[in-house]
Design a protein around this ligand. Structure first.
Ligand SMILES: [Ca+2]
Length: 147
């Protein structure tokens, strides 16, 4: 019985993995402030994108180059220290040379042309969400439904 309980416990933990997998992304071509983008991603997907290694950064660049070189908010922001909207600490960075450069006026971060830049959080940009299952680009006239 004890063995079976452990087996069931392992199965139940595995069941959480697909829903919380942070390694799939979705590009949303709506121009929102950073905070609005967080809300949008949490409502429709998982969270604003966190990028924790070069593979994930490359995956985002690949997604973006399907469209354009617009700035896309990612989940990185600072109040006292830099951290991701999902609460994780910064373990990997890919700042553009000279960035971050706006101090108190640059508390939020977008990805453009492969590198990260700080910007004013209120400025509207496209953004990238962490998604559960699929990789896709949402057309700007779409209301966020997966197609
Ligand atoms: Ca900047």
């Amino acid at each position: 019985i004890q063995t079976r309980d452990q087996y069931l416990l392992i199965i139940s933990e595995l069941c959480f993995l697909p829903a919380s997998d942070p390694h799939e992304y979705i590009v949303v071509e709506k121009e929102l402030s950073w905070a609005e983008a967080v809300n949008y991603c949490r409502s429709n997907h998982i969270d604003l994108a966190s990028i924790e290694n070069s593979e994930e950064n490359a995956k985002n660049i690949q997604l973006m180059t399907l469209g354009d070189n617009n700035a896309h908010w990612i989940g990185l922001h600072t109040e006292v220290i830099w951290k991701w909207s999902n609460g994780k600490r910064l373990s990997y960075t890919n700042w553009k040379v000279g960035e971050p450069n706006q101090g108190l006026m640059g508390r939020c971060v977008y990805l453009r042309k492969g590198h990260w830049e700080d910007d004013t959080c209120e400025r509207p940009h496209y953004f990238i969400c962490s998604a559960g299952k699929i990789l896709a680009t949402i057309p700007s006239n779409d209301d966020g439904l997966n197609v």
